[in-house]
Ligand binder design. Structure first.
Ligand SMILES: N[C@@H](CCC(=O)N[C@@H](CS)C(=O)NCC(=O)O)C(=O)O
Length: 217
């Protein structure tokens, strides 16, 4: 059986878990936190998530894992049928990751310490967020999913990648990425309204006290 390594507070972990649940794959969860020896033995990055395939191969990097899941469990399809549609899906995922998710991490220390970030850092992250939202507005056509009538991996990726930017950006940068992307507010409500999303959110909430104790201790 496929093993998913990681912890439920991790947004990247939840992207993979969501895709596995949607596909109806059998998998087991192995709770691991970043950089622990057991994880470093599977991936020297020490990052969450990683998977171990049924044949015993270890794979990390979320977008790569998502592609692998699509390859081995093609149904229900989470990518469009055409090469262009698949490229557009990957393009959107890359923009979300590079312009929103990754830059948001640069402000996490300040956010949790309730500190004002340095002006230069705040300006850089804000520039990335505003550009990212502009590009996402150009690439999406929300009706009702990001790329049209069918749910794709980009919807799953966006749902969890938004967590950190939408948590810290309004307070630290006075900029709300959700309202800067047209139609995203309604889309977010729709994405939260499924048994899978509810289960993942509940697991995340349950893991929260243990995770907070870990990072503050
Ligand atoms: N590029 C990686 C990023 C994964 C990532 O940053 N995971 C976080 C948890 S949400 C993590 O492990 N952070 C701890 C660390 O980087 O040491 C991916 O796509 O999987």
């Amino acid at each position: 059986m496929l093993i998913l390594h990681g912890f439920a507070m991790s947004n990247y972990f939840n992207m993979v878990k969501h895709a596995l649940m949607l596909k109806g794959c059998e998998f087991s969860e192995n709770k691991l936190y970043p950089q622990v020896p057991e994880l470093l033995a599977l991936t020297a990055t020490g990052k969450i998530p990683a998977i171990t395939t049924t044949s015993g191969h270890h794979i990390s990097e979320t977008s790569v894992i998502l592609d692998y899941i699509e390859d081995i469990y093609p149904q229900p399809a989470l990518y469009p049928q055409t090469a262009e549609g698949r490229a557009q899906t990957r393009q959107l995922i890359k923009v979300i990751e590079l312009y929103l998710e990754l830059p948001s991490r640069r402000l996490m220390g300040d956010f949790f310490a309730r500190r004002k970030p340095q002006d230069a850092l705040a300006a850089e992250v804000l520039k990335s967020f505003t550009k990212g939202c502009e590009v996402i507005n150009q690439l999406t056509d929300i009706q009702p999913y990001l790329l049209g009538k069918d749910l794709t991996v980009a919807d799953i990726f966006m749902r969890y990648a938004l967590a950190i930017p939408s948590m810290l950006s309004p307070r630290l940068l006075d900029f709300d990425p959700i309202s800067a992307i047209s139609g995203l507010d309604e889309w977010q409500k729709m994405m939260a309204d499924s048994d899978i999303a509810r289960k993942i959110d509940a697991d995340q909430l349950e893991n929260r006290p243990e995770f907070m104790a870990k990072i503050s201790g």
